[in-house]
Design a protein around this ligand. Structure first.
Ligand code: PLP
Length: 447
């Protein structure tokens, strides 16, 4: 087998390329999450080709890919339907700076799948989409502050790179150099799944709060479901307070079913779907089919704040470009095929069961959180329902697991907080091999 660890070639070209990259690209990577800093350091693997569920590195090792580029590649790499849409778009010119019919088609598709979107606007990344929903909420409410939840990642714009203060009644502190404290003070961070903390924050700052922003199902400290009643409570508290509800569905939209997390039948039993409809939604990742994209949308009267209709300015040279839109349409067309999400669910359930069984057999404490085709592995003996619990896990065990898996031809994200994503290209054999590799890794971790 190409995955036989004894046949793995040393990653000498990756190491050499990393040395070269360090000379020219800051930190050698174009996104810090790609560095191996959180898993013991060293050269990240330089990939040269992706096809279906597989990657090939510069030294010709093959890997089964569960990174899926941090989420967008739900159909696997170089899916033929998406590829031909991109080629067709390239042949007709990739960027016009004029409106196109394609944008209307895609907006219609998104609206049909996500009914809370009366109007949409395309941008180029999830970061831009989230950043603009905040601007629009501020324009609409005439208020400045936002409430967000600890551990939810919303891109790298100033307002959302803010960590918790010491409690719900304190303002945020910058999570990055270069963000003024004055901006961090416009953000309040409270724990996910904690309505009492949200109420306390609204009690203290309510009249200043433009919006409550949340990943309705968390994808950024593992996969974490809202507890029963959490989204209902969040929405009703926000509304009582005159604040908007913004869902960041950059990871979750089209992940679990053909639509948003906020309309996913797998939310906790008894969910009142009418009560959890957001005012604004941010989208990205999957909807670009592997090309850069973001989108935001929501209620018509709120979206009417956006230029050229209204006073909230947002623009983009690349926004709505025919290449990204064509890839996005093709991706959603493929996802709409019957059986897609059932297949992801079945393979992922098999993987979850294999990982849990292997960990138990080898005496390793492991919590697996799984929501359809996405799962996360937490080295701990307690449930993970919020960021504190996700932090209280064994990072060194994860790092060891990550490295053993990589040596065995399994590509995971180099962080204990990131999810594993199944794609429609993964097979039963891929998953079975992955479970064997995990068992070998667990055995080595115990040795
Ligand atoms: N929102 C969420 C929930 C995300 O997970 C991410 C990226 O990981 C973003 C926003 C930012 O998206 P992008 O990296 O496309 O700017």
């Amino acid at each position: 087998s190409a995955f036989n660890a004894s046949e793995a070639k040393p990653r000498t070209r990756s190491a050499a390329l990393y040395t070269e990259a360090l000379e020219h690209i800051v930190g050698g990577v174009n996104s810090p999450s790609r560095s191996f800093k959180a898993v013991g350091g060293g050269a990240p693997v330089f990939m040269k080709r992706g096809q279906g569920a597989y990657f090939w590195d510069e030294d010709d090792n093959r890997y089964i890919d569960y990174l899926a580029a941090y989420g967008p590649i739900i159909l696997g790499h170089a899916h033929p339907h998406v590829t031909s849409a991109i080629v067709r778009a390239a042949e007709n010119g990739t960027l016009y700076g004029t409106p196109t019919e394609l944008e209307i088609r895609f907006a219609r598709m998104l609206k049909e799948a996500i009914p809370s979107l009366d109007k949409v606007r395309f941008v180029n990344s999830g970061t831009e989409a989230v950043m603009t929903t905040i601007r629009v909420a501020r324009a609409y409410t005439g208020r400045n502050k936002i409430i967000k939840f600890a551990g939810c990642y919303h891109g790298h714009s100033d307002l959302v790179l803010v960590a918790a203060g010491s409690g719900p009644s304190t303002l945020g502190i910058p999570d990055s150099a270069g963000i003024p404290v004055s901006i961090a003070h416009e953000v309040i961070t409270v724990p996910f799944n904690d309505l009492a903390a949200l109420d306390a924050a609204l009690e203290r700052w309510g009249s200043d709060v433009a919006a409550v922003m949340v990943e309705p199902i968390v994808g950024n400290f593992g996969m974490v479901m809202p507890k029963p009643g959490f989204l209902e409570g969040l929405c009703s508290a926000a509304r009582r307070n005159g604040s908007l509800v913004i869902y960041d569905e950059v990871i979750t939209a089209f992940r679990f079913h053909y639509g948003a997390a906020s309309t996913f039948a797998g939310l906790p039993e008894g969910t009142d779907y009418a009560a959890i409809e957001p005012d604004l939604t941010a989208l990205g990742k999957i909807i670009g089919g592997g090309l850069p994209i973001g989108a935001y949308g929501g209620r018509a009267e709120i979206m009417a704040q956006v230029a050229p209709l209204g006073p909230a300015y947002q623009a983009g040279t690349m926004a709505g470009n025919p290449a990204s839109i064509s890839a996005g349409i093709a991706c959603l067309e493929a996802l709409r095929e019957p059986g897609t999400y059932e297949r992801l669910d079945r393979l992922s359930a098999m993987l979850e069961a294999g990982l849990a069984e292997g960990a138990r057999k080898h005496g390793i404490a492991l919590t697996v959180n799984r929501i359809r085709g996405a799962l996360s592995t937490h080295f701990c003996d307690h449930p993970v329902t919020n960021y504190d619990e996700a932090q209280d896990t064994d990072g060194e065990q994860f790092a060891a697991f990550f490295r053993y898996m990589l040596e065995d031809g399994i590509c995971l994200a180099p962080s204990k907080y990131e999810a594993w994503f199944l794609t429609t290209a993964h097979t039963d054999e891929d998953v079975a091999y992955t479970i064997e590799a995990a068992n070998r890794a667990f055995a080595r971790m115990k040795a």
